[in-house]
Design a protein around this ligand. Structure first.
Ligand code: PEP
Ligand code: MG
Length: 588
């Protein structure tokens, strides 16, 4: 068995189709000075055709997976308008008298090599985008044919060195059983798109194969664990087929719970709501029975575009979400960029410790123009449903007061403009920084609710970077320090009489349920994919038994004891459904 990176969950069994390398080797063609104008004309024509083609793919892809994933192609269009990339190409033609295609190839190689050198996954991904766009441009300059994928044959497992978003967009999901790539990882655009399409994907097999995979080779893969087997024997195929069938069956069983109330065997009711970052995810959350939205990560509205979204653009999305949740509620979190989340058009400073740096509310309070636009758009949407607003990464009372003061200004301005809004819209904060836990009593006097962001809380309490694979084994949500922090937050909220919920990944881990039941937390917000699994666990749990286990967990001295006890209780409370076949929530 070969071990890659599980990037999109699900099991696939089938024959490989190996995508030919889309690499061009070109003769170093020179042109005469008099022909330079002609080369520029060819270049501009190639750019125009490439743009038309990208626009077309974007429209097509939007139909399949929705506007957010298809907006990856906006980044591609932006590359073709990028002054640095374009001036590099023009410079090579002009100064070295090279043919347009040679200049494009050299410019791609130059930027790809530059980004590849950086020890930063995000920048490496930009290299993939440049290669993808550059190859498209080359294809037009050379009049070369498109790589033909087998779409009218038997379903296949696509094998590629790396898969660009354009190539993925061309795939017909009905024929693609799974994908294996040599490069890439969980956060690559192709992996994000594969998850949206529900295609299992294992990435990062570079240097792990003794023999290269050939078209027609039999393969099995598990996109959850990252396991791949080339030429599997019959026993392995049977094993994977049974895993795949079980996953499909579990999924079907779970889907029947969508309309069932989340209530424990002894009558404790939970409110399961969704974490979303787009309207499409809201649709999914509603399909899986979410009773509202506990966290709308708005930063995804700001990504894969060239400029900040306008008040009007944001308002339209927030309003749509507010209307779609109807009588239930949506918690809209203000922009949380920085850390690992970047915007192409907003230069963040180089930082030694980005997660401890210029991030979230710190940026918003610094960039008042941008913040005010967002606050205005959210306030306007509050007239169309049950909207709540939430500020991320709060670490002091001053920050909350400053944000609220800006909100007051926004309210005044809206009043003057005669635009309707809900004057009493609840305002809350994420509790995800240890300082906020320690002053939770003071913060509770300032806001209407708390939402515990365990993804960041765990990393900040334990000083374990949530993105660092090397110390991933130290990232312990069940560490006694984390559990104490959570309990302190709940106690402060309770004393102040405000609501508290959990929206980090811990809420999506059904084993944690006893902790929430003991603490009296009834609202849990999680990725749409986790909703039914957690509901299933709640339906099979006796709350009074669960509380007894939790009491012991809160006394434990180590995370492993708690993990063991919660795991054992989970097993006892009915068949464990696990996360097979369901993609995990993005924790960034
Ligand atoms: C969290 O930190 O737990 C959280 C929900 O926010 P994000 O994962 O977006 O940082
Ligand atoms: Mg967070």
């Amino acid at each position: 068995m070969i071990q890659g990176i599980g990037a999109s969950a699900g099991v696939a069994i089938g024959k490989a189709f190996v995508l030919p390398n889309w690499e061009w080797s070109l003769p170093d063609t020179q042109v005469n000075a008099v022909d330079l104008a002609n080369e520029f004309e060819r270049l501009y024509e190639g750019i125009r055709t490439s743009k038309d083609e990208i626009e077309f793919i974007k429209r097509e892809f939007r139909e399949i997976v929705g506007p957010e994933e298809s907006s990856i192609f906006d980044a591609h269009l932006a590359i073709l308008d990028d002054p640095v990339f374009m001036s590099e190409i023009r410079g090579i033609i002009e100064r070295q008298y090279k043919a347009a295609e040679v200049a494009v190839k050299e410019a791609i190689d130059h930027f790809v090599a530059m980004f590849d050198l950086l020890d930063d996954e995000y920048m490496k991904e930009r290299a993939v985008d440049i290669k993808d766009v550059g190859n498209r441009l080359l294809k037009h300059l050379l009049g070369a044919p498109e790589v033909i994928l087998p779409s009218d044959t038997q379903p296949y497992i696509l094998v590629a060195k790396e898969l660009s978003p354009s190539q993925l967009a061309h795939l017909n999901p009905t024929y693609v059983l799974g994908i294996v790539t040599m490069m890439g990882g969980k956060t690559s655009h192709s992996s994000i798109m594969a998850r949206a399409l529900g295609i299992p994907l294992v990435a990062g097999l570079e240097n792990k194969l003794v023999n290269p995979i050939q078209t027609g080779d039999m393969l099995v893969l598990d996109g959850e664990t990252g396991a791949v087997q080339l030429h599997p024997d019959e026993t392995t195929v049977i094993k994977f087929a049974s895993m795949r069938d079980k996953q499909h069956k579990k999924r079907e069983q779970l889907e029947q719970l969508a309309t069932v109330e989340a209530i424990t065997k002894d009558g404790v009711t939970l409110r399961l709501v969704g974490n979303i970052s787009s309207v499409k995810e809201l649709n999914l959350a509603q399909k899986y029975g979410a009773e509202g939205v506990g966290l709308f990560r708005t930063e995804f509205l700001y990504m894969d575009r060239n400029t900040f979204p306008t008040e009007e653009e944001q308002f339209e999305v927030y309003k749509l979400v507010a209307e779609k949740v109807g009588s239930s509620t949506v918690v809209i979190r203000t922009l949380d960029i920085g850390g690992d989340k970047h915007l192409d058009y907003f230069q963040l400073p180089e930082e030694q410790n980005p997660f401890l740096g210029y991030r979230a509310i710190r940026i918003s309070l610094d960039r008042k123009d941008m913040f005010k636009t967002q606050l205005t758009a959210i306030m306007r949407a509050s007239a169309y449903g049950n909207v709540k607003m939430m500020f991320p990464m709060i670490s002091s009372v001053d920050e909350v007061q400053a944000a609220k003061a800006m909100l007051d200004e926004v309210k005044e301005e809206l009043e003057q403009r005669g635009i309707p809004f809900n004057r009493n819209m609840p305002v809350g904060i994420m509790i995800e920084v240890p300082a906020a836990v320690m002053i939770a009593d003071l913060l509770a006097e300032e806001v209407d609710f708390f939402s515990i962001g365990t993804n960041d809380l765990v990393q900040y309490v334990l000083a374990v970077d949530r993105m660092n694979e090397q110390i991933a084994h130290m990232y312990h949500p069940y560490h006694p320090a984390v559990l104490r922090m959570i309990r302190m937050t709940v106690e402060a909220a309770r004393n102040a009489g405000i609501d508290v919920s959990v929206c980090g990944e811990m809420a999506a881990d059904e084993r944690s349920l006893p902790l929430w039941l003991e603490l009296g937390i009834s609202e849990l917000s999680m990725s749409p994919q986790a909703l039914l699994r957690v509901k299933h666990r709640a339906l099979n749990t006796v709350a009074s038994d669960a509380r007894r286990v939790a009491v012991a967990c809160f006394r434990n001295r180590t995370s492993s004891e708690t993990e063991e006890q919660l795991g054992a209780f989970s097993e006892r409370s009915g068949a464990t459904l696990g996360a097979n076949g369901e993609s995990k929530e993005k924790t960034s």
